[in-house]
Design a protein around this ligand. Structure first.
Ligand SMILES: Cc1ncc(COP(=O)(O)O)c(C=O)c1O
Length: 389
């Protein structure tokens, strides 16, 4: 049988979809480790603590009770109802169970949201630096990310900064708060300005609130809670960061029609729902009385303060992140090329970070440090930086 090599290519829609640079960094770390070096890891994006016991116990119970069959594709009614309740009380978003869909992590929500909104050739305004996969999620729709510098918007005003990037093709705004990688928490006034812009230009907002529980300064504010915004916003949440549940792959989105139909279709024909026992564990996360969120926040705050003081003392200027668990210092004193700066830290001090350029052009000159690690690791890494930089 003869085969032509020309058939062995991916469908075009995957052409511009990339892979994470972080994988390359992990490979370098593994190489160093294999050579016997101790590496202080700050490149990750995971909570440092384990999933709380009561959540794991709920999973065990669900298994013992044989809650192991297909659930409704959009999620079990009890979890959707608990989430709608949480959205009304905590986020001031007036959702009912019908507006909630259970998904495999924040990522599946974002995937479904972009797929539901963006047509080929349409543009999405993305505050930058931005979480890297957003570019790929937009590319998967054959859409175009248009970067809006967050610093400039905060200094010069959101309306004029967004307006300067607006075109006839603009379809949506990606609004992530607290932000990865900068830790910026948008204020209520800023959210109002973005919302007004979206309404005035008839844009859809894809909100990403993955770090809603990690707020050190200010408040978490959901843009969908503003008047006239519920119908034009798809908000994606996850259990990953709040409840140390990254590996469980549990998240949810809240949206009105027609977006909910889009989310349902993308879910149905990809994973056809989320693992049933995992959803029962999700109910425990939301409904069992626990001090886990408060205790975690204080633990993160300690780590943030320790790392921030150390970085600033070293001359790696860093403003204090108001949310999430990342510090994003200016490292131009080492190199203006953030890949080179990351390499210097890794080779000289065995400190692994992510080059800012990975998060878009506005991240250049910075490194992302996750402070979601032990206090001892932060102390030892700072000591190594002091000695070796
Ligand atoms: C900004 C942001 N949104 C969404 C997610 C998705 O998280 P997950 O798919 O683990 O729920 C992440 C994870 O790193 C993130 O940083």
């Amino acid at each position: 049988m003869s085969t032509s090599t020309s058939v062995f290519h991916l469908a075009n829609r995957l052409d511009r979809v990339g892979f994470s640079d972080i994988v390359k960094i992990r490979n370098k770390i593994m190489e160093l480790r294999a050579g016997g070096a101790q590496v202080f890891q700050f490149e990750g994006g995971e909570p440092f603590s384990n999933t709380p016991g009561h959540i794991k116990e709920a999973m065990r119970e669900a298994l013992a009770e044989n809650k192991t069959r297909y659930a409704p594709s959009s999620g079990i009614a009890e979890l959707r109802s608990a989430i709608a309740d949480k959205l009304r009380k905590k986020n001031d978003v007036q959702a009912s169970s019908d507006d909630v869909i259970i998904l495999n992590g924040g990522m599946q929500g974002l995937f479904g949201a972009f797929q539901s909104v963006v047509n080929p050739g349409e543009e999405v305004l993305v505050f930058s630096p931005y979480w890297t996969p957003i570019r790929d999620l937009i590319a998967h729709c054959e859409g175009v990310p248009v970067l809006v510098p967050t610093d400039e918007a905060r200094q010069n005003g959101f309306t004029s900064t967004l307006e300067s990037q607006l075109s006839k093709q603009t379809r949506a705004i990606y609004f992530n708060t607290p932000q990865n990688p900068t830790g910026v928490v948008f204020t209520r006034a800023e959210a109002k300005e973005v919302a007004e812009f979206a309404r005035n230009h008839d844009l859809i907002v894809i909100a990403d609130e993955a770090y809603e529980d990690l707020i050190y300064e200010g408040e978490h504010f959901s843009i969908a809670s503003l008047e006239g915004m519920f119908e034009r916003t798809i908000t994606c949440f996850t259990f990953s960061k709040s409840y140390s549940m990254t590996g469980w792959r549990l998240g949810y989105a809240v949206a009105a029609e027609p977006w909910m139909t889009g989310l349902k279709k993308t879910l149905l024909y990809s994973t056809n729902g989320v693992s049933t026992p995992t959803q029962w564990a999700g109910i425990a996360a939301l409904t069992v009385q626990s001090t886990f969120l408060e205790e975690s926040l204080e633990a993160y705050r300690k780590r943030r303060d320790l790392l921030l003081a150390g970085l600033n003392e070293l001359g790696l200027k860093c403003s204090s992140p108001a949310g999430a668990f990342y510090a994003f210092p200016d490292v131009t004193m080492l190199s203006h090329d953030s890949r080179e700066a990351a390499d210097i830290l890794l080779q000289r001090a065995r400190v692994a970070t992510v080059p800012g350029i990975v998060f878009g052009a506005h991240g250049e000159g910075h490194l992302r440090f996750s402070f979601s690690t032990s206090l001892e690791t932060i102390e030892s890494a700072l000591e190594s930086l002091r000695k070796n930089l």
